[in-house]
Design a protein around this ligand. Structure first.
Ligand code: ADP
Length: 230
């Protein structure tokens, strides 16, 4: 489902060159939950953002589905990204839009007609258990609820892949378990392929099938997680 081949990324400023990701190759199968762990600054977030080309690689190829994203025009890339949802540690909700309004954003960008938008927003809010909060604003929600809205928004275009950047790092353990439960149900019910960056071993043990370890920009090891994840 995801295939990275020798992908590198260097950040360049007027004073500095910093190689954040160094010739990383990675395979993630369809329906897999793949963890990426490593110390802070190891390049995990950058690697995740390379999968949907939010960061453009300096070299190497990024294949998602059967499409080589590195060979695409901006227009083709915008289309391809609809198959790749993403959620973040900080939720990234739009504060002056309601819960429904936030989930609707990617559908509006994709030009989905209003009636279908309303149906899909309701469907995904129900999936994450927030249909009763649809008219509220982000400031009225708890952290766990905000992340559920972000998950519903990421799912709105029915992506095949969900990228998760430290999705539970700002949540307490109980809320974390709830969010991990939602992600596992997505994987089990719809076969969604999930890549999750985390520094919490608990997250890996709880839900990942395989895990890759990053160190100083390199991927040093990929292994099977043998704990039961359910
Ligand atoms: P991790 O997610 O493992 O903490 P990151 O991928 O966020 O690591 O960052 C890896 C390194 O790249 C860090 O040293 C960070 O400062 C640097 N970095 C990340 N993004 C940028 C950027 N946009 N410009 C310059 N340096 C960056």
């Amino acid at each position: 489902m995801i295939s990275l081949h020798q992908v590198s990324k260097t950040f360049v400023s007027s004073t500095n060159h910093f190689q954040a990701v160094n010739a990383v190759s990675l395979q993630v199968q369809e329906g897999e939950i793949h963890g990426i762990i490593g110390t802070s600054g190891a390049g995990k977030s950058t690697l995740l953002r390379l999968i949907n080309l939010l960061e453009k690689p300096d070299s190497g190829s990024v294949i998602v589905g059967n499409q080589d994203l590195t060979q695409m025009s901006e227009k083709e890339l915008r289309e391809a990204r609809r198959n790749i949802g993403m959620i973040f540690q900080g939720f990234n909700l739009v504060s002056n839009r309601t819960v429904s309004g936030n989930v609707s954003i990617p559908l509006e960008l994709a030009g989905i007609p209003r009636r279908e938008r309303v149906e899909r927003v309701d469907e995904f809010l129900e999936f994450v258990g927030l249909e009763h909060k649809s008219k509220q604003y982000p400031s009225q929600l708890s952290g766990g609820e905000k992340q559920r809205v972000a998950i519903a928004r990421a799912l709105a275009n029915r992506p095949k892949v969900l990228l998760c950047d430290e999705p539970t790092s700002s949540l307490d353990p109980n809320t974390t378990n709830g969010i991990l439960g939602v992600l596992k149900r997505l994987n089990q019910n719809f076969g969604l392929t999930i890549v999750i960056v985390t520094h919490e071993m608990e997250v890996v043990r709880n839900m990942c099938h395989n895990v890759s370890v990053m160190e100083l920009g390199s991927l040093v090891e990929t292994s099977v997680v043998d704990q039961p994840h359910d």
